[in-house]
Design a protein around this ligand. Sequence first.
Ligand SMILES: Nc1nc2c(ncn2[C@@H]2O[C@H](COP(=O)(O)OP(=O)(O)OP(=O)(O)O)[C@@H](O)[C@H]2O)c(=O)[nH]1
Ligand SMILES: [Mg+2]
Ligand SMILES: [Mg+2]
Length: 283
Amino acid sequence: MANSEFGYVRNFEQPDALPPSNWIVVRIDGRGFTKLCKKYDFEKPNDRRALDLMNAAAVEVVRSFVDVVLAYGQSDEYSFIFHEATAIFERRAAKLASSIATAFTAEYCMQWSEFFPDQPLARPYPTFDGRCVCYPKRKILRDYLSWRQADCHINNIYNTTFWNMVLKGGMSNTEAEHALKGTVSADKNEILFSKFGINYNNEPMIYRKGTAVYRSYGAGPAINGVSGQVKTADAASKTQLEKEKKRKQKASIVVEHVDLIGDAFWDSHPYILASKRGEDCGE
Ligand SMILES: Nc1nc2c(ncn2[C@@H]2O[C@H](COP(=O)(O)OP(=O)(O)OP(=O)(O)O)[C@@H](O)[C@H]2O)c(=O)[nH]1
Ligand SMILES: [Mg+2]
Ligand SMILES: [Mg+2]
């Protein structure tokens, strides 16, 4: 086929391999979910069923892509973090983004009826776009996750206050929007507490912090690694990589609503961002 007179058209394809030694984040986001949330009457400001469905879909994506070290989700988005040394799909950006977005979309649609038994899915079906971003340092990757989690907090405190003002306070959408203009988090905390008796810090963690999904290895050694062929001087042997892949497939997958901005989570899970076998795990 490659030798036919038509083979030259291949030269029009652009290479899109992402640079080595970078953490790769694939972020997927629901398309037109503002409309979709209205269509299926999602609860405001947070619909627990919708978030649980997002998390269930993310668990299956993490399960099938063993080089994902952590996934973080909130609202209609999820970020899947691939280990900096991953060799999956030769690190091709389009293949990575489209594979994750379609795997997520398939899971979301196939599991829909478990979470919304009374509302059959109808066209246009939910879909998710995907993009890849590379982060060359752990610190920047951590800042990326902090950025998404801070976004979750800012949107959630706004939405919680807004919908309390509208649904319990009897304000119109425009009135609530106007009243919240220029307010900071402390003001919204105060409004929630004084007008609606809500202590924001007691709101469920899933709404305030979003969701992290990662592998847990129980009491065994917590080491990270990658499943593909890694072309570095100290690359593990093929058998070791196969073993590593099997170990990851056996690991349990944790779904947690936890702070990712401070150091506590990372200090207690050093293997998640460990750079190679054995690092940070006392081996
Ligand atoms: N009511 C309700 N709305 C939600 C919930 N989760 C997400 N949303 C809405 O989903 C939308 C997500 O925002 P975006 O991703 O920026 O917007 P979008 O409409 O999906 O548009 P594109 O992503 O650009 O296609 C927002 O309008 C949120 O209010 C929920 O639990 N309940
Ligand atoms: Mg969206
Ligand atoms: Mg979004």
